[in-house]
Write a protein that binds this ligand. Structure first.
Ligand code: MRU
Length: 368
């Protein structure tokens, strides 16, 4: 996608041929800055501190973290240490474990001197796969937006509500939930996006609004609690969100607040779609509410707000009384019954065991 008119991805190998470049997402939308990762520790820190975030990008960063570790020490012990370091960086997005497993499977059978090169090859391939998956999700989802546009009699605009950031910043390119929106916009469908601010870290207000703006997609930032009201007044044609882990029966973990949007959508007859790349499916799990680990982050993310002063300087201010405790549950789970359909790279399916298996027949419920 484009930044200041220039095409770029969210992660790349630097000109030195080994270190890894990423966009520092903690500085957006105020500053566009990149960061260089030179060791597995850097990659783990970038994931933990959310310099990079979004399930697919967390996976890609972890894959390159393995490359950086193996470059320094390609022994069996170092491989396992890097895996353990990176897999514990964040708990909810299953893409992290998936990407690490992919790299480990590719390099473990090789003699140590061949491992680093093979890891770079696998990490690069994972990134290309992510781009292809997201492009396919975009194409599948575009059909849903074309239908919504037809339902409107091609009048006005198609209003899509999204939560958090499931755009290209959260992936290697295109995004998942935003890919259909970019394609619809490029195809001339007048699409407008209601962007949930997404407290506490404001991935909607800061990241989704920024990347939609970079691509020229009309959008409006709304308070997290506004979606239900907009739906009651017919101002939302459909919702599309991303996911960090979806179980074999179609329960969907995503950024905290997603569940409430799904409830409001159900109550108002608004279709609620989840864009789901297959590496985000945890085939070993069924009951998302009970089984998906939910990340608990520092309460300070809730109590402190960072923004830009009129002088251009950034400032962080506290909005809660001193001494008030805060809990920061970073994700919630939307049960499959509230999801209208899943948009995968292989097609759109019902959020159910049968729906998922119809598109991924090679998988069994036992986690094959
Ligand atoms: O905490 P974050 O910013 O990593 O959470 C990201 C989300 O919840 C996204 O919606 C999800 O990862 C899907 S990204 C394509």
């Amino acid at each position: 996608m484009k930044v200041l008119g220039k095409a770029m991805r969210s992660i790349w190998v630097e000109a030195d041929g080994w270190s890894v470049g990423v966009i520092d997402q903690t500085q957006l939308p105020h500053h566009f800055a990149t960061a260089r990762l030179a060791a597995a520790d850097d990659a783990a820190r970038a994931i933990r501190s959310m310099l990079v975030r979004g399930a697919p990008l967390i996976g890609a960063t972890a894959a390159y973290g393995m490359c950086l570790a193996l470059r320094q020490d390609a022994s069996d012990g170092a491989l396992e240490r890097a895996y353990a370091l990176l897999v514990s960086a964040r708990p909810t997005a299953v893409n992290l474990r998936w990407a690490l497993d992919e790299v480990r499977r590719a390099v473990a059978p090789l003699p140590p001197p061949e491992r680093a090169a093979a890891a770079y090859q696998r990490a690069a391939a994972l990134c290309e796969e992510d781009v292809a998956i997201n492009r396919a999700i975009g194409e599948r989802g575009l059909a849903l937006l074309q239908e919504a546009w037809a339902r409107r009699g091609r009048e006005g605009r198609v209003n899509v509500l999204t939560h958090c950031n499931a755009g290209w910043l959260a992936t290697v390119d295109w995004g998942t939930a935003l890919a259909p929106i970019y394609m619809a916009h490029d195809a001339g469908i007048p699409v407008h996006v209601w962007v949930d601010e997404t407290r506490p870290r404001n991935q909607g207000a800061g990241l989704t609004a920024w990347e939609l703006g970079q691509h020229g997609v009309p959008h409006t930032v709304i308070a997290d609690n506004a979606g239900g009201h907009l739906m009651q007044h017919g101002l939302v044609d459909l919702c599309i969100v991303g996911t960090d882990r979806t179980t074999a029966r179609g329960d969907v973990a995503n950024k905290i607040g997603t569940y409430l949007k799904a409830l409001a959508a159900k109550d108002n007859g608004v279709p609620f779609y989840v864009a789901l790349p297959s590496p985000t499916i945890d085939w070993a799990l069924q009951d998302g509410v009970r089984e998906i680990p939910i990340e608990q982050r520092d309460g300070a993310e809730l109590c402190d707000v960072t923004g830009r002063l009129p002088s251009g300087e950034l400032a962080t201010v506290r909005i809660t009384p001193p001494g008030s405790p805060a809990e920061n549950h970073a994700f919630d789970v939307t049960p499959a019954r509230l999801v209208t359909a899943l948009i995968t790279e292989r097609g759109v399916c019902e959020a159910s065991p049968d729906g998922l298996r119809s598109l991924f027949p090679e998988r069994t419920q036992a986690g094959a």
